[in-house]
Design a protein around this ligand. Structure first.
Ligand code: SF4
Ligand code: SF4
Length: 464
């Protein structure tokens, strides 16, 4: 609470509670984005978004061109998947997502010659967007092009972006916020994109504003990224209705229930029913805005993304432009492999990212980083009995009682867990981080929510 007040006194946007984990961004924050050119087979899961799984529209042994659509779904709540490289389709199989979920997938073997257009990295980071006039695009056409190019929320949520931006007369939107906070420790992919390609991010923001009818666009960046703040401030010159706002460096600043109150003073109603659009706001990640601009203006589908490979357990940390479907093992091998001290590999950052079950998992549209941690960094999580210190309660940014929820889940009393508002938890991990007993409270809560969802699905199955 006090830190939020102090931040505001320093002129920074902030929210009460939350935590200050070590940033550990120095591993990769100065490393320019480089292209990772795959030589090994890619694995393309048909579920890379929240919604209905895609179906393949190609056959085994078929040759495909770079950016050719290879899977789609009839449902609007889906986003198609495109070939990240030219190559040959393999036989359909099952793949494990970074979250551990098994889903249908198809392999794609890259062509030996010219799997990508020339100058691919330079085009990805192209900064010549001055002549683009977002107000000339029709809002429905923007949403249609976003869907056609497979754009989903790339901050991890993977919600189809065309649905998020579709105008809803019952819930008018006045503000789009670009989330450039990247508050997760270690990760720097959004940071590098803001430094190296700020112009398409601004165009993506303006297109998002046009699509949903918002008159105001904010780019929220934590104060620990001064070069990104400068780059974005330069890029918004001559772009009306757009502003850069500087936020305190605090976790989880990038959460919608923290960032929206911090920059606009509006409280988003509790999850799972309450959404930012209930308070007239849409939030879009930096990488998503970049993909919106490329998809809508240039017709380039989402086939690649910037992935931070980082942590004390990897030999050559950096930021890589990676084809979707790249196996973690191939990318880590390209980065000099794991050190002997490597203990666990996390998809994303350590606060919210899941530990991957093996290194065969593939980069998907929502994979912002791979963090390789060593023993000293993970010792914090060894569990012992609760000492009733209340630190988890005092630091929960959503004012929940994590210890009570986790206790109810441990004893499988899901009704009680619901009474304590289990479903409002955003799984930020602040409670686990501050617990001196090393109790993985957020993991218990995530498991409890999954269990309740599975029980509801089984009930539904029996009823039909
Ligand atoms: S209970 Fe949920 S929202 Fe609160 S700190 Fe823990 S993980 Fe975050
Ligand atoms: S922080 Fe850990 S030890 Fe303290 S009350 Fe919460 S669960 Fe118990």
């Amino acid at each position: 609470m006090i830190s939020g007040l102090l931040d505001r006194m320093r002129g920074l946007r902030s929210f009460p509670r939350g935590v200050h984990p070590p940033h550990r961004k120095a591993y990769s924050q100065a490393a320019p984005i480089e292209l990772f050119a795959p030589t090994q087979e890619l694995m393309l899961p048909f579920v890379q978004h929240i919604g209905v799984a895609c179906d393949p529209i190609v056959q085994p042994r078929q040759s495909v061109a770079y950016a050719e659509k290879i899977a789609d779904a009839a449902s609007p709540l889906a986003a198609p998947i495109h070939a990240p490289v030219a190559g040959t389709i393999g036989t359909g199989t099952m793949a494990v997502l970074p979250s551990g979920r098994r889903v249908p997938a198809i392999p794609l073997a890259p062509a030996a010659e010219n799997p990508l257009p020339p100058d691919f990295l330079q085009r990805f980071l192209d900064r010549r967007w001055d002549d683009v006039e977002p107000e000339r695009f029709d809002p429905d056409e923007i949403c249609a092009r976003i869907r056609e190019n497979g754009v989903v929320g790339m901050g991890g949520a993977t919600f189809p972006t065309h649905i998020k931006l579709k105008k809803n007369p019952a819930k008018p939107i006045d503000t789009v916020i670009i989330n450039g906070c990247e508050c997760e420790p270690y990760l720097t992919s959004d940071h590098r994109l803001m430094v190296e390609a700020p112009e398409p991010i601004v165009v993506g923001l303006q297109l998002a504003m046009r699509a949903c009818g918002a008159g105001r666009g904010l780019i929220a960046i934590e104060a620990n990224k001064p070069d990104a703040i400068d780059a974005m401030r330069r890029a918004i010159q001559g772009r009306p209705g757009v502003e850069v706002v500087v936020c305190a460096t605090k976790y989880p600043m990038g959460g919608e229930r923290q960032l929206i109150p911090a920059v606009l003073g509006r409280t988003v109603p509790s999850a799972p029913k309450g959404l930012p659009l209930d308070v007239g706001v849409v939030m879009v990640n930096v990488a998503t805005a970049h993909s919106i601009a490329r998809g809508v203006v240039r017709g380039i589908p989402l086939t690649h993304r910037v992935v931070t490979v980082t942590g004390a357990g990897v030999n050559q940390p950096g930021n890589w432009l990676v084809p979707i479907g790249t196996k973690f093992s191939d990318l880590l091998g390209h980065c000099g492999g794991l050190k002997e001290t490597a203990l666990k590999v996390v998809a994303g950052g350590p606060m919210m990212g899941p530990t991957v079950p093996n290194l065969d998992v593939a980069v998907v549209k929502g994979t912002s980083g791979i963090t390789v941690m060593i023993e000293e960094e993970t010792a914090h999580w060894r569990e012992s009995p609760c000492i009733r210190c209340s630190r988890c309660v005092d630091n929960c940014p959503l004012h929940l009682s994590p210890t009570k929820i986790a206790h109810a889940i441990k004893f499988r009393d899901y009704d009680l867990a619901n009474q304590y508002d289990m479903n409002a938890c955003c799984e930020c991990g602040c409670c686990s981080y501050v617990c001196p007993a090393g109790i993985p409270l957020a993991q218990y809560i995530r498991a409890g929510k999954n269990q309740v969802r599975a029980m509801a699905a089984r009930k539904q199955e029996f009823a039909t």
